[in-house]
Ligand binder design. Structure first.
Ligand code: GLU
Length: 325
């Protein structure tokens, strides 16, 4: 027999929460944030944002495992996802209809919330003779699963060099969760990953089979950094991984949180507010977030307009002047 005491004590969910003494601020709606593979940094970063949103609003939030930036960008454009983490180079291509989005055209309704951690175009290899990106020619390389950001950035770099994935003896499409294991079993010479550091997959490869990080430098990389507003010179400090005492020089992007113009302003506002008001906890949730600053989050790596809900918060706290666009 079912007891009716609960019904008598509290009529309805809100009254019940009041009676139990825990009343979150009810604002915003349940949300889903597209992240990346389970070996990456996007997933724990998405989970940390979700936790803050849930605590602040009492509404559900799910950090969804996906194929990565390119998948998230397309899903936001198609309306399958309202929020997703996207590399800043892919954000630009989506908005302007360039590169992978040339056929689908510009997506002017895409909006930014803020930028996140820095990500480096990272090449990890086992044969000692692979010292620079160009040494990958004729090797067995994991170029990334379709939908991943690394695949998209690699193709841009190859295009700049006048090359294609055909320069590799093998261009495999394993997901980040599998690439270290397969490389360490001897079936691959190298893999590419656009990721924040330290990264679990790279930790596995450096510990598992003494893999080393490879420099990505040369005139084409210099040209990319000079010509594209979203690329910058990046150094992965020596000692980040075992067996890798020296700095690695490459180029990189920032991870960014994207949405669409028609997505509920209040949910966006609450998500931004939850992260910025608990920035210390957010920074502690993953080492790659440790150096985030509010100013960099609002001003770096964003090449599309801010969502109205995000702008409202930034204006309220003085991160942007009132009436900014
Ligand atoms: N940058 C990668 C991508 O866009 C994901 C990295 C991660 O999951 O941390 O696909």
């Amino acid at each position: 027999m079912h007891s009716t005491w609960g019904k008598r004590l509290c009529r309805g969910y809100l009254a019940c929460l009041l009676a139990l003494g825990s009343l979150p601020v009810w604002a915003g709606s349940p949300i889903v944030i597209g992240t990346g593979g389970s070996a990456g940094v996007y997933l724990p970063v998405g989970q940390a944002m979700c936790e803050l949103y849930q605590q602040a609003t009492g509404s559900a939030c799910q950090a969804l495992t996906t194929g990565g930036s390119l998948y998230n960008a397309s899903a936001i454009r198609n309306g399958e996802l309202d929020f997703g983490i996207v590399q800043s180079d892919i954000q630009y291509a989506l908005f302007h209809g360039t590169e992978q989005f040339y056929d689908s055209g510009p997506s002017k309704e895409v909006r930014a919330l803020f930028s996140l951690h820095a990500e480096a175009f990272t090449v990890v290899a086992t044969p000692p003779e692979i010292r620079n990106f160009d040494d990958l020619a004729g090797k067995r390389v994991n170029v990334g699963n379709p939908g991943s950001g690394q695949r998209a950035t690699l193709n841009l770099l190859l295009e700049m060099k006048g090359e294609t994935e055909g320069i590799f003896a093998l261009a495999s499409e394993l997901k980040p969760t599998d690439m270290s294991r397969v490389m360490c079993s001897g079936k691959l010479d190298a893999f590419l990953y656009v990721v924040g550091h330290p990264s679990q997959a790279i930790d596995e490869a450096t510990r598992g089979c003494g893999a080393h990080l490879v420099n990505v430098a040369g005139p084409e990389v210099d040209a990319l950094i000079e010509q594209m507003p979203y690329y910058g010179l990046t150094v992965i400090p020596g000692g980040t991984y075992v067996n890798n005492p020296d700095d690695t020089v490459t180029f990189g992007v920032r991870a960014t949180l994207l949405s669409r113009k028609d997505v509920d302003e209040e949910s966006v506002y609450q998500l931004v507010k939850a992260v910025f008001e608990h920035l210390d906890a957010f920074r502690r949730s993953h080492p790659s977030l440790a150096t985030l600053t509010p100013s960099a989050m609002v001003h770096e790596g964003l090449t599309v307009p801010l969502h109205a809900g995000a702008r409202r918060y930034y204006e309220e706290v003085g991160l942007l002047p009132p009436g900014s666009e």
